[in-house]
Design a binder for this molecule. Structure first.
Ligand code: DLL
Length: 430
C-alpha cells in the first residue's frame, strides 16, 4: 500500500528532537505562567521552565497525577481564558469526580490532524466511509474519531455506541470500509451479525481501528479471522487529548507509533517514578507539546507499556498496553492483569472470547473465578477439559491458582463500550 505521510511524519530524528525541545520549553513556560498548580509544583521542586535545556531534563520535573486534575475540578488546570475554550470533554470517573479537559480551536485542529494521521496509518484513505461506534458525548472516543475521519476526507457515519441491531443494519446498508469501535463492542457486533444470519466476512469492512481498552494479539486474531479485516490499535486518553496519541501502522502491526511531535513519552517505574530506559516495562508518562487549553506536564497515565525505537515512522513506538495499574489484581501476592487471562481464554478450543473475572473473599484470602463462555455448538462434554486447561495455563503462566467456570453461550454481559472485566464481590471491599 502506498505510504502517505504528512510533513510532521517526514522529519528526520534530529529535526524531531529540535522541534520537541522547542515545543517542550514553550509548554513548560505556558504551564508555569498560566496554571497555578504547575507554578506551585515547579517552585516546590526548585525548578524554572528555563531549567529544561535538553529533553532529558524533563525527567527532573514533577509528575502529574489524576488526583491533581480532580483537586483542580473543574477548570483549575486550564491555561487560557474561558472565552478561548471551544469544547469540553470529561472522563466518566467511576470513583469520585470526573476529570475535565478543554480544547481551544487550535487544540481541536491538532486533535483532528492526529486522528487523521492515525487513520491514514491504519490504512484508511480519503473517500472511505468510516463507521464510528465509539460513544459520542463527554467521552472523547466518538467526537475525536469523527473530526479526524472528516479531516482525512472520509465520509463519517456517526453511529455512536449502542442499538446493536441497528449498527449491523447500517454496516450492511452503508457499506463502510472502516469501523472505529472498542474491541469488546466489536465482539458484541459479531454476535449480532450471527444472530441476523449474516456472514461477518461478507461486509465491506476492510479496517477496524480499535482502542479505549486493552486488548491482546489473540483478540486481534479472533476479530481479523471472524470479520476478514485488518484490526489495528489506537491509543489515547482524555486527560492528554483523546484518541490519536499513538497508532498501530497497518504495515507494522504489533506496536503503536507515538505521535511524538505532539506528545512526549517517558516510561517510569510505577513505584519510584524514576525514568526507565527504552525497552523496560513501566508506566507511560506523557507531556503535551502543543496543547494550549490544558497543557499536561509528565502526566501519569497508569498504563503499563514499554518504549521502543521507531520502525514504520521516525517516531518512537510503545508496546501494546498490558493493562492499567488500577486494573491489576493482586491475588495472594501475585499480580494479574485481565489481558493475561484474555490470552489464555482466547487460545482455548471450544471457548468463546467472552470472559469475566469474579473476585470473592474466602475467609481471609481473595479468590478469583474466571467465567468464560462456551462457543456456541461446542461439545458440552469438553467444557470440563477447557476449564482444566485454562486453570493450568493460569497457574503456569501467571503463577496463581484460580477457579474456572465454563458457562452457557451468551450468558455473560456484553460490552456496549469499554468492557468491565473485573467483578469485585469482596465483602468488605478492600
Ligand atoms: O479511551 C480515548 C480513546 C477513545 C482511545 C477511543 C482510543 C479510542 P479515556 O476514556 O480517558 O479515553 O480512557 C483512557 O483507556 O488511559 C487506557 O487505560 C485505556 N486505553 C485507551 N486506548 C487504549 C488502547 C479514551 N489502545 C484510558 N489500549 C487509557 C489499551 C487503552 N488501553
Amino acid at each position: 500500500m502506498e505510504l502517505l505521510l504528512d510533513p510532521g511524519e517526514r522529519l528526520s530524528r534530529a529535526e524531531l528532537g529540535a522541534l520537541q525541545l522547542e515545543r517542550l520549553r514553550a509548554t513548560l513556560r505556558h504551564a508555569y505562567e498560566h496554571v497555578g498548580f504547575y507554578r506551585r509544583a515547579f517552585d516546590k521542586a526548585g525548578l524554572r521552565p528555563e531549567d529544561c535545556r535538553s529533553l532529558a531534563d524533563l525527567g527532573r520535573f514533577p509528575l502529574t497525577a489524576k488526583t491533581d486534575l480532580r483537586e483542580n475540578y473543574p477548570f483549575g488546570m486550564f491555561a487560557v481564558d474561558r472565552s478561548a475554550i471551544r469544547r469540553i470533554h470529561a472522563s466518566s470517573g467511576t470513583t469520585g469526580l470526573p476529570t475535565v479537559v478543554g480544547y481551544t480551536e487550535r487544540d481541536l485542529d491538532t486533535w483532528a490532524d492526529m486522528v487523521a494521521r492515525s487513520l491514514r496509518a491504519a490504512g484508511a484513505r480519503p473517500g472511505h466511509r468510516v463507521h464510528v461506534a465509539y460513544g459520542y458525548g463527554l467521552f472523547t472516543g466518538g467526537l475525536g474519531a469523527h473530526y479526524g475521519a472528516e479531516r482525512l476526507g472520509c465520509t463519517v457515519i456517526p453511529a455512536s455506541g449502542g442499538m446493536t441491531a441497528r449498527q449491523v443494519q447500517l454496516i450492511r446498508d452503508f457499506e463502510p470500509e472502516v469501523i472505529m469501535v472498542t474491541p469488546s463492542y466489536m465482539l458484541t457486533l459479531l454476535d449480532e451479525f450471527e444472530r441476523q444470519g449474516v456472514d461477518p466476512r461478507s461486509t465491506s469492512l476492510k479496517v477496524g481501528v480499535f482502542g479505549a481498552e486493552p486488548w491482546t494479539e489473540e483478540m486481534r486474531h479472533e476479530i481479523e479471522e471472524r470479520f476478514g479485516l485488518d484490526a489495528v490499535d489506537i491509543y489515547g486518553l482524555s486527560e492528554v487529548m483523546g484518541p490519536g496519541i499513538a497508532q498501530e501502522c497497518v504495515e507494522a502491526k504489533g506496536s503503536l507509533t507515538i505521535w511524538e511531535d505532539h506528545f512526549y513519552p517517558e516510561v517510569v517505574d510505577p513505584f519510584t517514578g524514576e525514568v526507565l530506559p527504552e525497552g523496560e516495562e513501566g508506566e507511560l508518562v506523557l507531556t503535551s507539546l502543543t496543547k494550549e487549553a490544558v497543557p499536561v506536564v509528565r502526566y501519569r497515565t497508569r498504563d503499563l507499556t514499554r518504549l521502543l525505537p521507531g520502525d514504520a515512522r521516525v517516531f518512537r513506538r510503545m508496546a501494546k498496553v498490558t493493562g492499567r495499574s488500577d486494573d491489576m489484581v493482586i491475588l495472594r501476592g501475585v499480580n494479574l492483569f485481565p489481558t493475561q487471562i484474555e490470552e489464555i481464554v482466547l487460545r482455548t478450543p471450544g471457548v468463546a472470547p467472552h470472559f469475566q473475572l469474579r473476585l470473592t473473599r474466602e475467609g481471609r484470602l481473595d479468590a478469583l473465578t474466571v467465567r468464560a463462555e462456551a462457543r456456541p455448538g461446542a461439545d458440552p462434554g469438553l467444557r470440563a477439559e477447557a476449564a482444566r486447561s485454562i486453570a493450568a495455563a493460569v497457574k503456569d503462566r501467571v503463577g496463581v491458582s484460580v477457579a474456572v467456570e465454563i458457562v452457557e453461550p451468551e450468558s455473560l454481559e456484553r460490552s456496549v463500550g469499554k468492557i468491565r472485566r473485573i467483578v469485585d464481590l469482596r465483602e468488605p471491599r478492600p
